[in-house]
Structures are given as structure tokens and as C-alpha cells.
Design a protein. Structure first.
Lengths: 110, 160
């Protein structure tokens, strides 16, 4: 796998920011929900979210008194990381299913 | 207008302890049995996902309420070695019927002895899923491809 001449690690180079991004790839969340999964305070989560928003990876919207954060649906990197996760989980699940599948005697026991 | 920038394809490899025919059959005939059910686009919960076994076939999900949502089309059907399908789900998690905006997934199956199969997946033409301006902004903004690829490489290695 090549990195196609990419410079630097950019916005996702910070491990906490990457963790926040991956949590949002699983589901849209509030600051409080994110903080429950991370060993950092809510203000620290907010600060990382601001950087991710400024970088175009994450968007937010108000829902009543809550503010929900999610991956930017128009963002290239957001889309790609999301699909990375889809394929990672799908291939793992597929591998287990194929190994557990019953042998088809017509095709294999000859 | 300058040329449309491209997004590097996603690739993944997994080694399966099963013969090639069975591996291909589980991937296709039993697609709905292993696809993670949380990844779907319909309003209703997903009951099944179907990949029709022929070139030109549909690839779609069935909801628990009987509704159907297309994901793409089968472009190449070459059992047990190769499968190409389109993925027409955009960043808003909606099906886009325009074939000009279809990304492609190619899956190759290679026997590694009688009881093991190497499955290689490539998801390409991702730029077709994204609005042109957002694409240019995303790439020139340097959204951290290195980190993205690194995360994926790690995931792929763990699966190997």
C-alpha cells in the first residue's frame, strides 16, 4: 500500500483526534457521549472537535439543547475513513462466515 | 475546469481457510449472512442484502418491512475468481442512480492451496461519489491521507 506522496499526518495525526473521528464514524454523538469513551475531559473533546470542524472533517447541528457532531458528508477524507471501517468490518465478518460455511458436497467432495 | 482529482483506492486483503469455490459462494450467494447489518441505508432495519449472481444483476438491501434499497449493480461475474460491482452510495448515505457517479469494487479470489483462499478487495473511483468542489478542497486541504492509509494498513494486516 502506498501513501501517494502525502505530506505529514495532518489533522488525524493526533491519536485522540483520530479516536474521536473513529467514534463519529460509528455514530453521530454529543461531546458528552464522546467523553465517555475517552480518557480526556469534555473541554478537551470540544477543542479537538473544533479543529476537526475547521479542517472540514466533521460537522455539527443543534438538536434541542444538544449539539450533535458527525462526519462531514461532503468530506473526502471523512468518506474514505468511513468506508475503510466498513470494509475492515465486512471482510472480518466475511472471513469468519466463509470458514464456518458448510461444505457443498457437489462442488468439493469429489 | 481542471481535471478531476482522484482519491487513492481502498484496498484490503483477507486470507480465508476455505477452498476457493466455497469462499466465492459465501461472498456472493450468502452475502446477506455476513454483511454487517449496521451498514445499510434504508429507513427500516435491514433484514437481508442480496447480490444477484450475474453481470447486470442488482445489489440491494431488503428491509424488515419488505422495502428494498439499491446499492449498485454487478459489472463482472466470473466465479470463482473475480467479481466487480458498483457502489452508488454517496457521503449522505443515499443511493445515487447516476452511473457517472458510481464507484467500483473489485473482489479477486486466488486459491492458496486446496483449502485456503486469498481475497483481495479494491474500492476505486471514490472521487465519483463526492461533489467536485468538496473533492478539490479535501485534497488540497491535506486532510491527512497518511494517517488514513496507516490506519487502514494496520487493519488489513490484523486481518491477514
Amino acid at each position: 500500500m502506498t501513501t501517494n506522496g502525502v505530506e505529514g499526518l495532518g489533522l488525524l495525526g493526533d491519536p485522540t483526534r483520530r479516536a474521536i473521528f473513529e467514534l463519529l464514524a460509528r455514530r453521530p454523538s454529543t461531546v458528552g457521549e464522546l467523553a465517555q469513551h475517552l480518557p480526556i475531559t469534555r473541554p478537551a473533546v470540544s477543542q479537538h472537535l473544533r479543529i476537526l470542524k475547521d479542517g472540514g472533517l466533521v460537522v455539527s447541528r443543534a438538536q434541542g439543547t444538544r449539539r450533535i457532531y458527525r462526519l462531514n458528508p461532503d468530506g473526502v477524507t471523512a468518506l474514505r475513513v468511513y468506508l475503510d471501517r466498513v470494509w475492515e468490518e465486512a471482510l472480518t465478518a466475511f472471513s469468519k462466515a466463509a470458514q464456518a460455511a458448510p461444505v457443498d458436497p457437489d462442488q468439493e467432495d469429489q | 475546469m481542471t481535471g478531476t482529482p482522484t482519491i487513492p483506492p481502498l484496498t484490503g486483503t483477507v486470507t480465508v481457510d476455505a477452498p476457493i469455490e466455497r469462499t466465492f459462494r459465501v461472498f456472493t450467494d450468502s452475502f446477506g449472512s455476513w454483511w454487517p447489518a449496521e451498514y445499510h441505508i434504508g429507513q427500516a432495519d435491514m433484514a437481508n442484502a442480496v447480490l444477484e449472481p450475474r453481470a447486470g444483476g442488482r445489489w440491494y438491501e431488503q428491509g424488515v418491512d419488505g422495502s428494498e434499497c439499491d446499492w449498485g449493480r454487478v459489472l463482472a461475474w466470473e466465479p470463482p475468481h473475480r467479481l466487480v460491482v458498483t457502489w452508488q452510495i454517496n457521503g449522505h448515505w443515499q443511493y445515487d442512480p447516476d452511473p457517472e457517479r458510481a464507484s467500483e469494487i473489485e473482489v479477486r479470489f486466488a486459491a492458496d492451496g486446496p483449502d485456503q483462499t486469498i481475497v483481495t478487495l479494491e474500492h476505486r473511483h471514490l472521487e465519483r461519489l463526492v461533489d467536485g468542489q468538496a473533492l478539490r478542497d479535501g485534497i488540497t486541504g491535506g486532510g491527512g491521507w497518511g494517517a488514513v492509509l496507516e490506519v487502514f494498513a494496520k487493519a488489513a494486516t490484523n486481518q491477514a
